[in-house]
Unconditional design. Structure first.
Length: 573
């Protein structure tokens, strides 16, 4: 059976065709999502690898880039699944574990299935442009436009790809400034620390923060189970909410999500007979054993263990992940561990932070005897995994050096550190909890590579922050920042003069002059194309350098006018 991997955070795979189909139905995987068939070495768009999954009418969700949202926290881009996928919480810090246990008992959905956490900004990052990225991330929840994601995800993209992904629209839309102002207001009202929660089989999504009510552009007041809230107006039934974003608040907590999901949350939140469910208990116990000092941690139910283990490969050794992170024998061990486990946690400290590379897995066993059995199985997994990586490391490094690309030195250093971490991995048991540490201290060359990559990321995010501030104040960004984030060609297009309404009228006047002079049959095609090119709906706002304007206005025929070429990017920004 063919197996596939995606670049969706927390849902990398492997998957068979039926599982991919399920991801498409849930909106997680779309036509432009990156996907790779096991054994291949390059990512490709899902529409190219498995086009049959999108043959059904209407199944054209952008998935990956369209549904996958990004927040930039702690200096690293963290994937946040968008509406239809997960719950994002701004949560207070806890003296032990990730968040206060009383908060978890009072606020977790009764059918919670997983959560993901990242700490807030450090003092250094708070002065380096990251708050501006925070504002751009939160703008998503004001309007639905993923401003931060479009900029963060643009690294290395061609101009055509940038255009197709709507990056150029950010510099043309009059609404972006308002959306960023709303996002900044929301970000300033929330406390630091993020939790991404998934609830129920359908993984109902909510954004929750502690602080003040946020703005929700275009919304009206609405009562959800007696709680004050906001939702988009339903013109056909004013007493109900239209499908789309909604808010509900209680005791300083604000919950954001789709209006139907928010209504479900409010009903669960206000139930008088609310008690802690098994799912809530598992999340609470694992949370208490996890550290708020690490950057990302995810807690899921046991059937997701294989995905989490492969997540270590995708985050630390993507070249090996593409050609097979595990052997079949490892898959068998994973299934045995799942049968002994109530819940699983994963927390990591990326190598880019320096000093060490660390992945920790926490297994909540059914009892202490099962905990000992899990530890024994993990010892076997470690031995098999070490042997498998020893057989693949040299080829992966060779392939990496041949392919080159950006940050190749860092990627090779990260791969070497990850393989060494697996060699040094060990499991420990504390009652019903098993902790499996895959960690290693970095050697000098790896620390240098990590420092260089971290500095490059900081410079990039600082540039994005300055672009966000310029957009928010309706100013033109600096060319240097645009080049750093989007490349020279994209920067030139964004800063290029745009056609004004008056210039477009001049061009259409020239077209009328050529028509009045008579049009030869051989020019009919060119005449039609130029009339469309500079029509009322197409001309204003298009890139219009002075050389192009002069060429068009001085063209002696429609054929000559057609030869007046503007910037060619495949898709008009």
């Amino acid at each position: 059976m063919e197996r596939y991997y995606t670049d969706i955070e927390g849902a990398e795979g492997p998957y068979g065709r039926e599982q991919l189909d399920a991801l498409v139905r849930r909106g997680l995987l779309g036509v432009d999502s990156n996907i790779v068939r096991e054994g291949d070495t390059e990512w490709r768009a899902a529409r190219e690898v498995v086009p049959e999954l999108f043959a059904e009418k209407g199944r054209t969700s952008s998935g990956g880039r369209g549904w996958l949202k990004w927040a930039v926290i702690g200096g690293v881009a963290v994937a946040l699944t968008g509406l239809g996928v997960g719950l994002l919480l701004w949560a207070p810090w806890s003296s032990g574990g990730l968040v206060d246990e009383d908060f978890l008992r009072a606020s977790l959905p009764s059918d919670v299935s997983s959560f993901q956490y990242s700490p807030g900004l450090t003092e250094h990052e708070a002065s380096d442009g990251f708050p501006d990225l925070d504002a751009a991330s939160m703008a998503l929840f004001c309007s639905g436009r993923d401003i931060a994601g479009k900029l963060v995800d643009a690294e290395g993209d061609s101009v055509d790809t940038l255009a197709a992904n709507g990056v150029f629209d950010l510099f043309e839309s009059p609404d972006v400034a308002l959306e960023l102002q709303c996002g900044r207001s929301t970000a300033e009202k929330a406390e630091p620390g993020w939790l991404l929660i998934r609830a129920g089989e359908e993984e109902r999504p909510f954004l929750v923060w502690h602080g003040q009510e946020a703005n929700l552009i275009g919304a009206r007041d609405h009562s959800f189970s007696g709680l004050d809230g906001l939702c988009m107006p339903n013109e056909e039934n004013p007493a109900s909410c239209a499908p789309g974003p909604a808010l509900v608040g209680r005791d300083g907590w604000w919950v954001y999500g789709n209006s139907g999901a928010v209504a479900d949350f409010a009903r669960d939140w206000t139930r008088e007979d609310r008690t802690e469910t098994t799912s809530m208990e598992i999340v609470r116990l694992l949370s208490a054993a996890m550290s708020p000092a690490m950057e990302v941690r995810t807690v899921v139910k046991p059937d997701q263990l294989g995905i989490l283990l492969r997540g270590a490969c995708f985050r630390s050794a993507p070249s090996i992940a593409l050609t097979g992170c595990f052997s079949d024998s490892l898959d068998d061990s994973v299934q045995r561990i799942q049968s002994l486990t109530r819940g699983v946690g994963w927390q990591r400290r990326p190598m880019v932070e320096g000093e060490e590379l660390r992945h920790e897995y926490l297994f909540l066993a059914r009892d202490e005897a099962d905990a000992d059995s899990i530890a024994t199985e993990l010892d076997a997994v470690s031995r098999d995994w070490r042997a498998h990586l020893e057989n693949t490391e040299a080829q992966a490094i060779e392939d990496m050096r041949e392919s080159g690309g950006a940050h190749a030195d860092f990627r090779e250093a990260q791969l070497r550190a990850f393989v060494r971490a697996v060699h040094e991995s060990e499991a420990s048991v504390d009652g019903e909890l098993v902790r499996w540490e895959i960690a290693t201290d970095l050697v000098d060359s790896e620390e240098r590579a990590a420092t260089q990559r971290r500095e490059a990321l900081h410079a990039r995010y600082e540039a994005i922050g300055r672009i966000v501030r310029a957009l928010e104040t309706e100013e033109k960004p600096e060319r240097g920042d645009l080049v750093a984030v989007l490349g020279e060609q994209a920067a030139d297009l964004i800063l290029m003069p745009r056609a004004t309404a008056a210039q477009c009228e001049q061009i259409r006047g020239r077209i009328a002059e050529l028509e009045s002079a008579g049009v030869q049959p051989s020019e009919f095609g060119a005449k039609f194309r130029q009339t469309q090119r500079f029509s009322t709906g197409s001309c204003a706002g298009m890139p219009m350098p002075q050389t192009l304007l002069s060429c068009v206005l001085e063209a002696p025929s429609f054929t000559n006018m057609e030869g007046c070429k503007g910037p060619s990017i495949g898709v008009r920004p």
